[in-house]
Design a protein around this ligand. Structure first.
Ligand SMILES: [Zn+2]
Length: 216
């Protein structure tokens, strides 16, 4: 395992304008203003936080894993990564990261992937795609066509020498966090993964803490 990035934030939780705990299995959708800072904190370690971002002024322009990877020449997201939209706009920049590596290749779990990866009777189990859709459905004009390839914060999905994706042991731990600065007004959509069949979270999904600060 290479040495992982470790960049701490100067912001204190007591100065945050928003601070909440999102239980495992819950969806979350919220606007972030340009200049605001947004932290996702892994309370118990190795939780997967499936996340998407949209340009608030034009939600059809949204986070693009392909453009983000190509621009930085690296498949992992960490401090310094600019999250780009499909039209090449910088939506947010990762400004702090004490975990060091986040996946954006593995996608979100769904009823379909649960039944293909694990067993047919797992199809009805709670999954990220359903949490995304439930959160989206509370806003007018949003639908399943707004879902695209997402970020899996705190998930470790290395690529093997022969090009395979390895869902490896997590590199996160209790208290590790990632923090982003909004480069324009954006909408954030999260599914705090409820997955009970994947060893990446030790079969035990856990809550995360979400904090927002106004621009410095
Ligand atoms: Zn999931």
């Amino acid at each position: 395992m290479p040495v992982l990035n470790h960049v701490e934030s100067p912001r204190r939780a007591s100065d945050a304008i928003h601070d909440e705990v999102l239980p495992a299995g819950c969806g979350w959708m919220r606007d972030l203003k340009k200049g605001q800072f947004f932290r996702i904190l892994d309370l118990e370690g190795n939780q997967a936080v499936d996340t998407l971002f949209y340009d608030a002024a034009d939600p059809s322009d949204r986070y693009s894993a392909v453009d983000t990877i190509r621009a930085q020449g690296n498949i992992f997201l960490t401090a310094g990564t600019r999250l780009l939209s499909g039209e090449g706009k910088a939506l947010l920049t990762i400004v702090a990261d004490t975990c060091g590596r986040h996946d954006t290749l593995g996608g979100a779990c769904s009823a379909e992937s649960n039944s293909v990866r694990y067993a047919l009777e797992k199809k009805s189990m709670h999954n990220c795609r359903d949490s995304f859709l439930l959160a989206l459905s509370r806003r007018n004009g949003w639908s399943k066509r707004d879902l695209t390839g997402n970020i899996n914060f705190f998930m470790n999905v290395p690529v093997t020498p022969d090009g395979k994706l390895a869902f490896a042991d997590g590199v996160s731990a209790p208290g590790k966090y990632v923090e982003l600065r909004a480069e324009r007004d954006v909408v954030a959509l999260i599914s705090n993964c409820p997955q009970l069949n994947n060893p990446c979270n030790a079969y035990h999904p856990t809550p995360v803490r979400l904090l927002i600060w106004d621009s410095a």
